[in-house]
Design a protein around this ligand. Sequence first.
Ligand SMILES: *[C@@H]1O[C@H](CO)[C@@H](O)[C@H](O)[C@H]1NC(C)=O
Ligand SMILES: *[C@@H]1O[C@H](CO)[C@@H](O)[C@H](O)[C@H]1NC(C)=O
Ligand SMILES: *[C@@H]1O[C@H](CO)[C@@H](O)[C@H](O)[C@H]1NC(C)=O
Ligand SMILES: *[C@@H]1O[C@H](CO)[C@@H](O)[C@H](O)[C@H]1NC(C)=O
Ligand SMILES: *[C@@H]1O[C@H](CO)[C@@H](O)[C@H](O)[C@H]1NC(C)=O
Ligand SMILES: *[C@@H]1O[C@H](CO)[C@@H](O)[C@H](O)[C@H]1NC(C)=O
Ligand SMILES: *[C@@H]1O[C@H](CO)[C@@H](O)[C@H](O)[C@H]1NC(C)=O
Ligand SMILES: *[C@@H]1O[C@H](CO)[C@@H](O)[C@H](O)[C@H]1NC(C)=O
Ligand SMILES: *[C@@H]1O[C@H](CO)[C@@H](O)[C@H](O)[C@H]1NC(C)=O
Ligand SMILES: *[C@@H]1O[C@H](CO)[C@@H](O)[C@H](O)[C@H]1NC(C)=O
Ligand SMILES: *[C@@H]1O[C@H](CO)[C@@H](O)[C@H](O)[C@H]1NC(C)=O
Ligand SMILES: *[C@@H]1O[C@H](CO)[C@@H](O)[C@H](O)[C@H]1NC(C)=O
Length: 759
Amino acid sequence: MSSMTKKPWLLFALLLIMSFYRACFSIVGDTLSPGHSLLESDTILSQGSKFELGFFKPGTSSKIYLGIWYKGFHEEIVWVANRENPLSHPSSSRLELSENGNLLLFEGSSEIPVWPTNLTFPQLNITEAVLGDDGNFVLRGRSNTSTIFWESFDHPTDTLLPGAKFRVINKVTGKPQQLISWKNSKDPAPGVFSERLNPNGSQQFLLEWNKSQIYWSSEVYNGTSLRSVSESTLIFDVSFVSSKNESERYFNYSLRNPSTLARYRIDQTGQIRILLWLPVASVWNTFWSTPTNISDVYALCGAFGVVQYPDNSSNPCECLEGFKPFSMEDNRLNDWSGGCVRKSPLQCENNTRANVKKDWFMKISNMRLPVYSKEYNLALNASRCELACMENCSCTAYAYNRSGCMIWEGALLNLQQLPYGGKIGQDIYLRLAAAEYPSTQAESGKKWKVWVAVLVPATGLILCLSICFSCKGRLKRKDQTGEIPSSYNLLLFDFDAEIHAINDEMNTNNNMKKREKDAELPLYSYESVLAATNNFSTVNKLGEGGFGPVYKAKLLRGQEIAVKILSKRSGQGIEEFRNETILIAKLQHRNLVRLLGCCIEQDEKILIYEYMPNTSLDFYLFDPTKKKMLGWETRIRIIEGIPQGLLYLHQYSRLRIIHRDLKPSNILLDSEMNPKISDFGMARIVGGNETQANTNRIVGTYCYMSPEYAMDGLYSIKSDVFSFGVLVLEIVSGRKNTSFYNNESLSHLRYAWELWRDD
Ligand SMILES: *[C@@H]1O[C@H](CO)[C@@H](O)[C@H](O)[C@H]1NC(C)=O
Ligand SMILES: *[C@@H]1O[C@H](CO)[C@@H](O)[C@H](O)[C@H]1NC(C)=O
Ligand SMILES: *[C@@H]1O[C@H](CO)[C@@H](O)[C@H](O)[C@H]1NC(C)=O
Ligand SMILES: *[C@@H]1O[C@H](CO)[C@@H](O)[C@H](O)[C@H]1NC(C)=O
Ligand SMILES: *[C@@H]1O[C@H](CO)[C@@H](O)[C@H](O)[C@H]1NC(C)=O
Ligand SMILES: *[C@@H]1O[C@H](CO)[C@@H](O)[C@H](O)[C@H]1NC(C)=O
Ligand SMILES: *[C@@H]1O[C@H](CO)[C@@H](O)[C@H](O)[C@H]1NC(C)=O
Ligand SMILES: *[C@@H]1O[C@H](CO)[C@@H](O)[C@H](O)[C@H]1NC(C)=O
Ligand SMILES: *[C@@H]1O[C@H](CO)[C@@H](O)[C@H](O)[C@H]1NC(C)=O
Ligand SMILES: *[C@@H]1O[C@H](CO)[C@@H](O)[C@H](O)[C@H]1NC(C)=O
Ligand SMILES: *[C@@H]1O[C@H](CO)[C@@H](O)[C@H](O)[C@H]1NC(C)=O
Ligand SMILES: *[C@@H]1O[C@H](CO)[C@@H](O)[C@H](O)[C@H]1NC(C)=O
């Protein structure tokens, strides 16, 4: 030390020599040798001049990174060494291959490397670092170049180059290997989106948000190609290599034409892209990307951000009303993950103070709702739901639909504004500070809407009423003379005796006379029906089916029956009606409602059924409170019972009967909640081996009709199967098929499928 202070020129000369030495020898073609350094202004070029390694500054950023890019394309960074630890002093940054064999990235005079390869070698000077023409930066043995100690392909950033192995498990760290998106287009720091292979050994890709929420998975590799990228087979070969050794399971791909420039990356919008360089057009072209719809990327717009539809790809995100972007700067760089923040803070905590205005809820319509609600309470109705949210200061929004009350706490993620008349959307009520309440001027502008809202239903009501009255007018009995057969007194009908009679018949089966009598459908007098239903009093009315009102009737012995008046629209002759009714009355199945008899008075046709105390399925299914009484066991029993009744109608009864109007209101429930198919008003009997028929008069309820029946009037037993399918969806979901009508493109089926897909 003392000698040095005496001779400062010596130190100076040494430094000068050292720096000269560095400047002269820092690049050795494609190789970095021990003791040598790569400075900020230098680059290593692969042998075929395809790739270049060196320091770069993304965009206007002042930060410096060590990376690899396609030679000539400084923007196409395919690998970054220090994505999390940028350097900031260009003049003193260097990559060194130390004598101990490691690659080290230094900044300034610091002796602690910003980025080391962390390997231990038994001897000095045994390694060299080479940039290959495949874009792989390799630390290999000097004497034996096929010994590889470290390679950049094992540490990918956001890009998988042709030839690289995308492993299930990173063989260095033992953790799942991932491609992680850049934070934004100017910052290689890890972003929120990542890609990996399914760790369970299934040969498919998964895309994840925040390393937790899987938002896309590819189909499973079938051995030759991935269907979703099958168009790429002209350009790529792909393969999955499986092995017992977990770290030797990987995906790789290669280019059919090795001179093509290509990269497979996950970008900061959460999409995977395959980019190809098109020399003719001089552009990097997105050859393929997924998810195709940016709105399918989970939480793309961050907290309180909304994906717009149709998406405007330069800025797909907006903030909810009352919110502003967290960082406009990031947004401009295609990074919306910061989301949005409130313009005015909520006052919930301060609500007890006198001069503080309460928070309020703003309704936002037709939204794709956030996935996880804190609470899902079936019991709460709309106003209780609002109250529950208002009382909880961490509640940020609530939504209410037929299936209950949903409450969200904290950030709202993955919101999307859906197009009107497109996918199904729902209303969400967002909690905002009183300061965000819209001014009264904005309100008055909407007044005409209120008028329209009042006028339209009113007109509708008048129209509806006038139609009803005209119906009633037509209901008035015409004077018509017809031969009326002798009839029984309904009031004296003995239900129990009837049941016994049938049982007897089944048991003995030899009383021919009795059988003949039973085959004849009891015909009751109109007077007795009037008496039993108390003159069709409204008190006794059970409901109104598609084919007329249904009344409850009480017989002298106290038994209860149901009486259905068929409207005259059916246009069926009395004889025809009677013949058909007799046939239907012969149907005996535990899942069919029993027809006990009928009554014909001039052109009025009345059917008498057994009474079902638990009314019909729709009564329970679509009522927010009553649906809770339908447990899964009951629902399964109902789902199982209906097809048994149908099978009997279609196949095992003596006739082949097509019901044609299967729907919840036609599924009655007995005291034990067993389903019984009712309302054969539209049923058609087809010949023994005839399975299909045609009608020019389409009856039934549209949303339960198979398309070929609804459109062409073609019906078969399959029409009932179709209706049953709709019914099952309704029973499982508790939602009416028609509840999807406001959202044309989303059907019940699609809804079910999406729920299934979203687990
Ligand atoms: C090297 O080791 C340090 C400390 O264990 C660690 O933080 C760093 O990530 C390692 N570097 C690499 C490239 O693995
Ligand atoms: C390692 O290489 C450097 C530069 O080539 C040299 O100065 C040094 O003496 C070598 N060390 C050994 C142990 O061979
Ligand atoms: C070089 O290394 C490879 C693999 O590590 C080995 O198979 C080969 O025998 C070595 N060659 C020589 C000449 O040492
Ligand atoms: C792996 O998981 C996927 C779903 O994440 C599943 O479809 C697949 O069957 C699973 N494969 C195996 C082998 O368990
Ligand atoms: C991302 O996940 C981490 C832990 O897995 C969690 O702490 C963090 O809150 C998540 N980020 C967001 C925005 O939810
Ligand atoms: C795999 O899928 C591709 C594209 O769909 C198809 O062409 C190929 O025949 C399939 N291979 C096998 C083995 O099923
Ligand atoms: C699995 O493969 C890795 C690297 O190829 C190797 O280091 C490891 O020893 C292998 N493990 C087993 C259990 O064979
Ligand atoms: C994947 O890697 C294996 C082993 O290196 C190789 O045999 C295979 O050809 C590669 N597949 C493709 C499509 O490049
Ligand atoms: C994106 O989604 C919308 C509706 O969700 C759909 O209409 C459109 O076809 C989709 N675009 C693509 C390219 O799949
Ligand atoms: C409540 O009032 C105090 C005093 O005015 C204020 O500092 C605080 O930020 C308020 N809290 C909220 C949540 O707005
Ligand atoms: C009703 O049935 C009787 C006896 O089975 C039959 O003779 C008559 O033609 C049928 N009438 C009609 C309209 O089908
Ligand atoms: C019943 O089916 C057989 C063969 O399928 C056919 O030959 C016969 O004509 C059919 N009978 C009627 C009444 O349609």
